[in-house]
Design a protein around this ligand. Sequence first.
Ligand code: CA
Length: 239
Amino acid sequence: MRILVVEDERRIADFLERGLQGAGYAVDVAPDGNTALTFVGATDYDLIILDIMLPDIDGLKVLERIRARKAGPPVLILSARGAVDDRVKGLEQGADDYLTKPFAFVELLARVRALLRRGQPAPEKLQVMDLTLDIMRRKVTRGTESIDLAPKEFGILEYMMRNKGRPLSRTMIVEHVWDMDYDGLTNIVDVYIRHLRSKIDDRYTAKLIQTVRGIGYMIEGPESPAVAKPAEQAFEPQV
Ligand code: CA
């Protein structure tokens, strides 16, 4: 999950960046409206946190331009302006939620999670065979065993489980789990996959993380329902 924070006040931007990264999200920061629009044009964000008073373009104008594109991500307005008029204006222009500064980080995080859930009507739990990932509680279990994952490991596993059965390239994984400050090599993914395998696969007979040669990785149970069983094929209509 990748979040764009549009905020000119460095202290607040740093605070949001650290907090959200700690919660397992990839975070980019844009210090003004034009940078924000450039970023939005180049990257598919899952959520945008938008300040209103920016040094160049007004945040509401930025919002208007984001909304002019089809299928934009949810937008949470974060502003010192607490007046009812501003809230209404922001929501009318297509913001999904509104939080006034100063704010408590736990409240922001709760709203961020709610918006991400709304934007993606995925179940709160992802499942591949006996592997379960609880998005809200950020817990992973295989069978009855609870597994501790570092934030990036969790991010990769969540991304893979959301795309169960779909081969993902290293670049796709990096783009979803790391932010743009990361300019290292995509083979960092191999290192993390190795960690993940040692935690969720190595001790089990059925291996869930598959290497897809020439592409990258995919998660899938050996008995995936995506693969049609011979018995089901018997019901094909006669021609
Ligand atoms: Ca500001």
